[in-house]
Design a protein around this ligand. Structure first.
Ligand code: SF4
Ligand code: SF4
Ligand code: FES
Length: 269
């Protein structure tokens, strides 16, 4: 066999490849420690460090409901758990809390808390509106279990006290970061649906208590007076490339701009 032919021989190529492969170091997989957990009473072994949500998925459960953002902001994944040797039931967001050995857990797919029905346009900012819709507000026994359960660190009991005192604004501000997970309600001795009450408070605060934004009113007036109709019509007929160029070259508000920032070109103001 000629040297050229030997070079092309499939056997020679195979041997070369095998030699190359043998030089590659075998992949070292980190050792995963499995720990036992109980999902709805059934024992599973799951990798340490998983969130409750991932552990349940690892065990084979599929979240059709009760899972949204996976980042602790949508409030969909309320879960009740208990640690071994402890009678106490605890609650957490499944996407945030991590598993511990022998933990028992079950997800709360939906919490059927009382949610008052109302026609918002007919509501005023009088505290009695809240009292009428949620009379159970006065069943609060000031136990603070709600605040202890809140994954957002909201002073739930204080916000409820504010509502009882008729201070809707205070309740709205205290509960501003509520993600409507319902975990406070799941622990409440007085059976209050705090998060629905807070939502009502924030609605009333936004629509009836906060001062109106003057610049917004001015802008709405300008729109109603058709100030922007011609400009918008013009844009509708611009070719795609030109539109992209206009967009890319637009003047942007700097991140550090103050409240009084205005663009250099004021023709659209
Ligand atoms: S106040 Fe209640 S519903 Fe809102 S985030 Fe806290 S526990 Fe969840
Ligand atoms: S858990 Fe219920 S009863 Fe206890 S402080 Fe909170 S709202 Fe009041
Ligand atoms: S999935 Fe959204 S808070 Fe957990």
């Amino acid at each position: 066999m000629s040297a050229k032919a030997r070079k092309k021989s499939p056997t020679a190529t195979k041997v070369k490849k095998e030699k190359e492969v043998s030089k590659v170091k075998p992949e070292v997989k980190p050792e995963v420690k499995l720990i036992p957990v109980y999902v709805m009473g059934k024992r599973y072994e799951v990798p340490e460090g998983l969130t409750l949500m991932k552990a349940m998925e690892y065990a084979g459960y599929k979240f059709i409901r009760g899972c949204g953002c996976r980042g602790g902001t949508c409030g969909a994944c309320g879960t009740v758990y208990r640690k071994p040797g402890n009678y106490k039931l605890q609650v957490a967001l499944a996407c945030q809390k991590t598993v511990e050995p022998d933990m028992h857990m079950a997800q709360i797919p939906f919490f059927p808390a009382n949610r008052a029905q109302y026609e918002f346009a007919e509501l005023t900012s009088a505290p009695e509106e809240v009292f009428k819709l949620y009379p159970e507000l006065f069943r609060c026994v000031a136990c603070n279990a709600c605040a202890k359960a809140c994954p957002q660190g909201i002073e739930v009991m204080d916000a409820i006290s504010a509502l009882k005192q008729g201070n809707i604004a205070e309740a709205a501000l205290l509960s501003f970061e509520c993600i409507q997970c319902g975990l406070c309600t799941s622990r409440c001795f007085g059976e209050l649906a705090q998060y629905h009450m807070f939502q009502l408070a924030r609605r009333i605060y936004g629509a009836r208590i906060l001062p109106r934004a003057e610049h917004l009113a001015e802008m709405i007036k300008a729109i109603n007076e058709e100030k922007y109709d011609d400009i918008l019509d013009e844009l509708k007929h611009v070719k795609k490339d030109e539109l992209q160029k206009l967009y890319q070259e637009r003047e942007e508000e700097p991140v550090t701009a103050g409240e009084d920032w205005k663009p250099k070109d004021k023709k659209y103001l």
